[in-house]
Design a protein around this ligand. Structure first.
Ligand code: ADE
Length: 262
């Protein structure tokens, strides 16, 4: 058994996530498929989905109300959210929590956030906003951090919560198999991925680059690095400023820039 699976001498680590939502059904599908399902089955990821409506007191299970001050739209009420989080804290008395609100006002989620969350020992609470807004007292008293998955407005935070869970879970030790983890480093070093090819070696006149068929591992490594640099330079040159670049990388970049301007 590998250390990640809790073999001898290792402490198995599990990422514990609680999602508070008005629409639990949105989350069910993606968590029950493919790698996320496998991570949960292996005990590496635990996702507990709670319906905010279950923490309401009235017979209509009212979770939202109109805003003070008379704007259009609805605001998520504070009471059920406070109750839900208090219930969680009571169930896990000796544990720490990190409460994250998903909203378009948050800082933009990226690979670094995913890495940090994948190493998180606290229980992560993902609070999914819906409608127009969440009562500000929730943000002020309960929320440690606010995350957005991009500069656009979704109908709710559920898809964003799934993105956060997926990106963090695939970085947990033991979640990706050997073949899958070959792709783990894309973005890990701040560069875009190099192109990939599989059989056939020629398809409708389009050939796989000779170097990939050469069996020369060093030449293949260099080709991949150069193509990762090329892809980044062409599609996301902004990433190069923060990327971890070696002397060889810088020489390749200079060469690529010459090639592109020539
Ligand atoms: N809720 C609505 N839009 C969102 C976004 N872009 N990111 C995270 N949560 C959201």
């Amino acid at each position: 058994m590998s250390p990640a699976l809790g073999g001898p001498g290792s402490a198995m680590r599990r990422l514990n996530v609680h999602v508070l939502t008005l629409f639990p059904g949105i989350l069910a599908g993606p968590l029950n498929e493919s790698i996320l399902k496998r991570a949960r089955d292996k005990g590496l990821l635990d996702v507990d989905i709670r319906n905010i409506r279950d923490y309401t007191d009235d017979k209509h299970k009212t979770a939202d109300d109109s805003p003070y001050g008379g704007e259009p739209g609805m605001v998520l009420k504070p009471e059920p959210i406070f109750k839900a989080i208090e219930a969680l804290r009571a169930e896990h008395r000796d544990e720490q929590f990190l409460t994250i609100l998903l909203s378009p006002q948050g800082s933009i989620f990226d690979h670094r956030h995913a890495e940090r969350l994948s190493e998180e020992r606290r229980r992560i609470v993902l609070l999914c906003g819906h409608y127009e807004a969440v009562d500000e007292r929730v943000r002020a008293a309960l929320v440690d951090e606010e995350l957005s998955i991009g500069d656009y407005v979704l109908t709710g935070g559920e898809l964003a919560a799934l993105v956060v869970i997926d990106a963090a879970a695939r970085l947990l030790p033991g979640v990706l198999g050997d073949e899958e983890s070959a792709y783990r480093d894309s973005f890990g070093d701040g560069l875009l991925d190099h192109p990939h090819y599989t059989r056939p070696a020629e398809f409708r006149g389009m050939k796989v680059p000779d170097v990939l068929l050469s069996g020369n591992h060093e030449a293949v490594r260099k080709w991949r690095r150069r193509e990762a640099l090329r892809a980044t330079l062409l599609k996301r040159p902004d990433l190069l400023a923060a990327a971890e670049l070696t002397e060889e990388d810088r020489a390749m970049l200079a060469d690529l820039r010459r090639e592109m301007s020539g």
